[in-house]
Design a protein around this ligand. Structure first.
Ligand code: HSE
Length: 312
């Protein structure tokens, strides 16, 4: 008797990449926001994409992050069945909180579940990166790895994923002004070379950050989140960035910066009360400027993308 599911629903988290101190190398999964994707076995072979509510993505498999990741994994498994994938975006593309990574990892987790393949997360990673590359043109791992594995991850230059201890006492505030910044545009403003002293100091801050989280010094780790290489160049792309930084710091944020390639920003706080004050201060800036925005008061999720329901 075949007990393989014919349907499953997968949740995938938003992610914050870079975290100031680890450009293209560090990232963490968030408890919220997140989004759902549904998978249904169908008799027709291949991947068949459907847009869910408020979603208008290309439905050609090769042009769709989830479609490409799903097709890539299905191919590796020998195309054992056809699948209808319903993609419902609530993490908007161009938000800087890992929209394409959420799609890519949800796709591989869903296919793995329907196929009962039982693959490890590190085995699923290359197939998710096939999907991520559709959006960014490159196999960026700094959002995909934490979205797939949960927690906080550091990726070395050869692609090895190192899970870091999660600072569970951190309260995060994520502000998403409702403008779109494409990763390519945000990378285009970066210099191709940086001063040696900045590279040396950035390496030292990242080293100290990794040391602090491994030592359980979660408060100290906040203070190591220095960005010497990227933020100054990208600030001009961020809506009302100076005002946001001032408001968040005055309200008690201990650290913060640009989330991934923006326009979202992240702020690290020591308590729920502090996070609530910081959130209100940031909303004040956005409202004063008439800027639509979403605000998330959240924390690092130790859990990555996973199946939330399935049926046979
Ligand atoms: N590390 C990337 C960047 C994140 O900041 O451009 C987007 O993949």
């Amino acid at each position: 008797m075949n007990h393989a599911p014919t349907f499953c629903r997968v949740w995938a988290p938003a992610t914050v990449a870079n975290l100031n101190v680890g450009f293209d190398a560090l990232g963490c999964a968030l408890k919220a926001p997140g989004e759902f994707m549904e998978f249904r076995r169908v008799s027709q072979p291949g991947v068949h994409l459907v847009n869910g509510p408020n979603t208008e993505l290309p439905l050609e498999v090769e042009a769709n992050v989830a479609g490409k990741a799903a097709a890539s994994l299905l191919h590796a498994l020998g195309n054992p069945f056809g699948v209808e994938v319903t993609v419902t975006k609530s993490i908007l593309p161009g938000s800087g909180i890992g929209s394409s990574a959420a799609s890519a990892v949800a796709a591989v987790v869903g296919i793995d579940a329907l196929a009962q393949a039982g693959m490890r997360r590190d085995e699923l990673l290359p197939f998710a990166l096939d999907g991520e590359a559709v959006a960014s043109g490159a196999r960026h791992t700094d959002n995909v790895a934490p979205a797939l594995m949960g927690g906080m991850t550091l990726i070395d230059p050869q692609g090895k994923v190192c899970p870091l201890p999660v600072p569970t006492s951190w309260h995060l505030v994520v502000l998403h002004p409702q403008v779109v910044i494409k990763t390519a545009a945000s990378r285009a403003v970066l210099p191709s070379q940086v001063p040696l002293s900045d590279a040396v100091n950035q390496a030292a801050w990242l080293g100290r950050f990794v040391h602090d989280v491994h030592s359980g010094n979660e408060l100290e780790a906040m203070y190591a989140l220095e960005d010497l290489l990227v933020g100054a160049h990208r600030g001009a792309l961020m809506p009302h960035w100076d005002a946001c930084q001032t408001a968040a710091k005055e309200a008690g944020a201990r650290a913060g910066g640009i989330s991934g390639s923006g326009p979202s920003s992240f702020w690290v706080c020591r308590s729920a009360e502090e996070a609530s004050l910081v959130g209100r201060a940031l909303q004040g800036v956005m409202s004063a400027q008439g800027m639509d925005h979403h605000l998330h008061v959240t924390a690092i999720s130790s859990q990555g993308a996973h199946v939330v329901s399935q049926s046979h």
